[in-house]
Write a protein that binds this ligand. Structure first.
Ligand SMILES: C[S@@+](CC[C@H](N)C(=O)[O-])C[C@H]1O[C@@H](n2cnc3c(N)ncnc32)[C@H](O)[C@@H]1O
Length: 256
């Protein structure tokens, strides 16, 4: 299987190399690097999560959503400026592919985080993968600026039977991130998948990395989406608070 492509996450070999690298640093933070390695091995062994009913269930939900061609916005409903004319099916296409979803699920399952943050809910597909991996003590706060997307995400998470583990936070990140951070106090695992620009990405890192004693795992989507994102990622891996980083092609994983 060495060198096989795994959707857009990475190759099986890169996932295995990433797991070995995490194990190599795990003597410093065994409580986090070991579980990160286990999550990477899980994806390398079964990228599309066929053998994992919760991953399969979210994947099938995403597939059903991609086939829905009705408009996102109901008559009179407001959304983000770029919601106009979009269908639910189109939006589902902007969500994480199943191999990424499996990685998010596996990180939640192996790290057993109490407090998880997602920046950018869209219609709840990545939130579904994360929440499906949480145990009874874990909770996800997910931020989204489009009220219409928040409404659809609420239905998706209810259908997946994980709504009790998720708080949907409506509003622009510029107005919701700081108060959510203050209210919750810090996060163990963060998925950054919102405003894919250089400066906003750096500011999320500044706000979230290296807070407190506990190690935080940050996962960034689309680290090569634009020149700005590539610059932000190169900046992130060089920060003193970044203790370990892994480039998985489209995704970047950081321990701080
Ligand atoms: C790529 S999508 C998230 C995809 C989702 N994580 C998934 O994989 O299922 C990014 C989301 O961020 C939201 N967004 C972008 N900029 C925002 C901002 N400044 N404040 C609030 N939401 C924003 C968009 O409306 C969009 O739904």
């Amino acid at each position: 299987m060495t060198g096989d492509t795994v959707g857009s996450v990475s190759s099986v070999q890169e996932l295995r190399d990433g797991a070995a690298s995490a194990v190599a640093v795990s003597s410093s933070w065994p409580e986090i690097a070991g579980p990160v390695a286990a999550a990477l091995r899980s994806v390398a062994a079964d990228p599309t999560g066929r053998g994992l009913p919760p991953v399969r269930s979210v994947m099938l939900t995403a597939k059903t959503l991609r086939a829905r061609d009705e408009p996102l916005l109901r008559p009179g409903e407001t959304g983000m400026p770029f919601d106009e004319g979009r269908t639910i099916g189109e939006l589902a296409g902007y969500s994480v592919p199943v191999a990424h979803g499996h990685l998010l699920f596996a990180l939640a399952r192996h790290l057993r985080p109490r407090r998880v943050l997602e920046i950018g809910t869209n219609i709840g597909i990545s939130a579904g993968y994360i929440a499906s991996g949480l145990d009874a003590g874990g909770h996800l706060w997910t931020l989204e600026g489009s009220p219409a997307r928040v409404r659809v995400a609420g239905g998706v998470l209810t259908d997946l039977c994980v709504a009790d583990r998720v708080t949907l936070v409506p509003g622009r990140f510029e107005e919701t991130l700081e108060p959510t951070l203050e209210e919750v106090g810090g996060f163990d695992l963060v998925f950054v998948d919102g405003n894919h620009q250089d400066e906003p990405t750096r500011s999320y890192y500044r706000m979230l990395a290296g807070r407190g004693e506990a190690v935080t795992a940050l996962v960034f989507d689309d680290i090569r989406w634009s020149e700005g994102m590539a610059r932000a990622w190169n900046w992130i891996v060089r920060r003193p608070a970044t203790r370990w980083s892994l480039d998985l092609g489209r995704l970047g994983v950081v321990l701080t």
